[in-house]
Design a protein around this ligand. Structure first.
Ligand SMILES: Cc1cc2nc3c(=O)[nH]c(=O)nc-3n(C[C@H](O)[C@H](O)[C@H](O)COP(=O)(O)OP(=O)(O)OC[C@H]3O[C@@H](n4cnc5c(N)ncnc54)[C@H](O)[C@@H]3O)c2cc1C
Length: 421
């Protein structure tokens, strides 16, 4: 690999991980080529809830998730679902998940996840301050709202843990939350306000990143699917695609939920399961009445004011990707809304449903760092429910690693080949 950043980097995937990597790489002087198998205008980084979440310091693999998941499997409208299947990939992923769903695992990694998210949130602030960017960044916190005393108990316990970790968090009763949202009637017991969290409008961020990168000379090769690599010893020489071969000094592997297939071309095992989620935009002219993004905890529904509208999103269907929209799951989201916001009457959004696949690792941790076997490749992905939030941190760390600079966040637990061999 060239030492003076004058070399070429091929970035595979034009989601937030790929675009953010390209952003920092091009600023560091690299010549960047992005290879994207689709058109790169509707991947998981577009339709998500747009939340920046230092609050999500608990990995998905956490105590209680297994029991909760089994309970929810028997409810067709539940927000979490694992389709029962003998698919060997799903079974192997599930066994790894079970192994990690314990308190020791959560405690071991909470600080590193918190720090990576806070680091990324700071990088979002810096990006939003630039002239070329305005993606509706608002760092005024997210309300974790609950209706039941059972969830209240769990959430307050988590809030205390967050406070011990130094996060800016307030526990509020129903009236206090209503004071924060004076223009929108709420029917809740209370909420925890994670002041450390924020939100953006993801499509605007993605479009502005693409515009900026093109302006800086980054080459975009769309409908270009990488299906092979040429290697020599421990160096990747070229990515081979349906549109020819791309040689480079260094390679960045992203790929979202398809990262395992990409890594398999290098004979490396990076386990991920797609976690399908849905979202839709609602245009009630109340966006200006809603001050805060929120999570409706019992229903696991995310509510984000953006682009003059509100985006509702939710469900986590774990299993191999398929293009089916399961109406009952979307109905689960729709029916939850008036239970928390009694004045919001939302119809089933028939022609307006987006879905995407969260890239979920079995231990709930991202994959970020170099590969043992190939010295000129870096992986960024596996962010699951926080992949958008982590975008700038992915990008900055990818560029620091390839530019041989010290990195500013602890990524030791996130090694991309930790399950390999
Ligand atoms: C309903 C929902 C709500 C969410 N809400 C949030 C949230 O509020 N906050 C948050 O932080 N995260 C959220 N997420 C998760 C977040 O959207 C993802 O973690 C993130 O977008 C993943 O980004 P990525 O770049 O890794 O993958 P993607 O955005 O999926 O991009 C990967 C790209 O790689 C391309 N690709 C794959 N294989 C190849 C190949 N072989 N050759 C070339 N190209 C390839 C794909 O076509 C794709 O365009 C949510 C997700 C969902 C579904």
């Amino acid at each position: 690999m060239k030492e003076n950043n004058s070399g070429t980097v091929v970035v595979i995937g034009a989601g937030i991980a790929g675009l953010a990597s390209a952003y920092y790489l091009v600023r560091d002087g690299w010549k960047v080529k992005i290879l994207e198998k689709n058109r790169g205008d509707n991947n998981c980084s577009y339709g998500n809830a747009g939340m920046i979440v230092p609050s999500h310091f608990t990995p998905l693999a956490a105590p209680g998730m297994v029991a909760q998941g089994i309970k929810w499997m028997f409810n067709r409208k539940s927000p979490f679902y694992v389709r029962p299947s003998l698919n060997p990939r799903l079974m192997s992923w599930g066994l790894k998940f079970l192994k990690h769903a314990n308190r020791a695992h959560v405690d071991k990694h909470a600080c590193a996840i918190r720090d990576l998210n806070l680091y990324s949130s700071g990088l979002y602030n810096a990006l939003a301050a630039e002239d070329d960017f305005d993606f509706e960044l608002k760092q005024n916190g997210i309300l974790m709202m609950y209706k039941s005393s059972e969830v209240q108990h769990e959430e307050i316990e988590l809030a205390h843990h967050a406070q011990e970790l130094g996060l800016d968090v307030d526990i509020l009763n129903g009236n206090e939350v209503q004071e924060l949202e004076p223009n929108l009637k709420l029917d809740i017991l209370g909420a925890v306000l994670y002041r450390c969290d924020g939100k953006i409008y993801p499509p605007k961020l993605m479009q502005q990143l693409i515009g900026y990168l093109k302006m800086k000379g980054v080459e975009f090769h769309m409908e270009t699917e990488v299906n092979k690599f040429t290697v020599a010893g421990n160096t990747i020489k070229a990515a081979i695609s349906n549109r020819g071969s791309f040689e480079a000094d260094a390679f960045v592997l992203t790929g979202g939920a398809y990262l395992p297939q990409l890594a398999a071309k290098l004979d490396i095992n990076i386990p991920l399961m797609p976690g399908k989620g849905y979202s839709f935009m609602y245009d009630p002219m109340v966006e200006n009445n809603m001050n805060h993004a929120a999570l409706l905890l019992e229903a696991r529904v995310a509510v984000t004011p953006m682009n003059g509208q509100i985006r509702f999103s939710g469900t986590m269907e774990l299993g191999p990707a398929n293009d089916k929209i399961y109406e009952n799951r979307v109905k689960g989201i729709v029916e939850a809304i008036p239970k928390y916001y009694p004045e919001l009457k939302v119809d089933y959004p028939k022609d307006n449903i987006w879905y995407g696949y969260r890239p979920c690792s079995p231990d709930g941790l991202p994959y970020l760092g170099g590969l043992k076997r190939y010295g000129n490749a870096v992986v960024a992905g596996g962010g699951g429910m926080m992949g958008l939030s982590l975008g700038p941190a992915y990008g900055k760390i990818v560029s620091d690693l390839l530019s041989r600079r010290p990195i500013e966040s602890d990524i030791i637990g996130f090694k991309p080949d930790r399950f390999d061999g």
